[in-house]
Design a protein around this ligand. Structure first.
Ligand SMILES: [Zn+2]
Length: 340
């Protein structure tokens, strides 16, 4: 079978590997159909000094496919079912797992495609409990964006920031994979959405997705623009993932008691904050990483109801690297999906 492996930092190789053994008890074997790219893939590709992992490492952290075979004791899933996979090897038995807070698993065995072998291969064996059926009518290409892209946003906006209909939300980097999903999900419940983009072409596309106000952060200071748009009141929620470049400005955009939820630090990991401002304004700052199995099911249900991901580009497996380069260049609007 084909497998795309990282053999050194910034060096990928398409290899021909033996297919995995038949699935063991409690496992399913999935024929991968689509892998969606995320910033996590870029971090892994560039190399991170602190990440514990060994080369070669099969890349791909978010995927959809079709069940090829099932092991004994697997009743809920059968060959031919279309599925997506939960990409972190959780234990399934700790308190967090049993409470459905999968992304807080106390014994997680690594993130697939980052710490351990991922999905960019023709066949993969998975524990059946980490495999989620795709509803009828949802394309494989779209389903591949559910486990990380959509589920991360679902978890951030609704579990963590507790976004309510009628509230105002600032979505940073509205052209990114998660930014586009956040705009659509917030609009779908009747929120007012303000978003930031880096060029005017993206501004038109963000408006077409339903964003009420679009700020080009290269020509306008977003903090000032948000104060003006909200009559100096500020927004209820800020959806952060840009990091050092925007974090303090994001806090200035919040109304008293507002919530900032963050899942990324693309522009840099460190900043200082004013603690007086934090407690006097009664801000809530919430870190968010990954999602639960429930969030993936919720994401797929939204897709089945018509809230589909914005796809920037489809590339074949052999052009995975071109997809990463496009993601790194920040020229994307939506998700890049590698089709098998
Ligand atoms: Zn666990």
């Amino acid at each position: 079978m084909r497998a795309l492996a990282l053999i050194a930092d910034r060096k990928l190789e398409l290899a021909d590997l033996p297919a995995p053994a038949a699935p063991s008890a409690g496992e399913v074997q999935v024929r991968v159909a689509a892998v969606a790219l995320n910033h996590l893939d870029l971090w892994g590709y560039r190399g991170m000094a602190f990440a514990k992992r060994k080369f070669p490492l099969v890349v791909g952290a978010e995927a959809a496919g079709e069940v090829a075979a099932v092991g004994t004791g697997v009743a809920a899933i059968k060959p031919g079912d279309r599925v997506v996979m939960y990409g972190a090897l959780t234990c399934g038995t700790c308190n967090a797992c049993r409470a459905g807070r999968d992304n807080l698993c106390e014994n997680v065995g690594g993130i697939m495609g980052f710490h351990v072998d991922g999905f960019a291969r023709d066949l993969v064996n998975m524990p059946a409990r980490l495999v989620i059926p795709v509803p009828a009518g949802v394309a494989m290409r779209d389903a591949a964006c559910a486990p990380i892209g959509f589920a991360t946003v679902q978890h951030m906006l609704f579990d963590n920031a507790k976004l309510e209909p009628g509230e105002t939300v600032l979505v940073h980097a509205g052209g990114s994979g998660i930014g586009t999903a956040a705009i659509k999900m917030a609009k779908a419940i009747g929120c007012t959405v303000i978003t930031t983009v880096g060029d005017d072409g993206k501004a038109d596309k963000a408006r077409a997705l339903g964003a009420d106000h679009v700020i080009n952060y290269r020509s306008d200071r977003f903090e000032g623009a948000v104060r003006k748009l909200t009559a100096r009141k500020g927004v209820d929620v800020v959806f952060e993932h840009v990091g050092a470049e925007t974090f303090n400005g994001s806090l200035l955009c919040l109304k008293r008691g507002g919530r900032l939820v963050t899942c990324g630090a693309t522009s840099g990991p460190s900043t200082t904050i004013n603690l007086m401002q934090l407690f006097q304004q009664q801000y809530r700052i919430i870190g968010s990483f990954g999602a639960s199995l429930r969030n993936i099911r919720e994401s797929l249900a939204k897709m089945a109801a018509g809230l589909t991901p914005v796809i920037d580009t489809e590339v074949p497996l052999a052009e995975f690297e071109r997809g990463l380069a496009r993601l790194e260049s920040r020229q994307v609007f939506g998700k890049i999906v590698v089709m098998f």
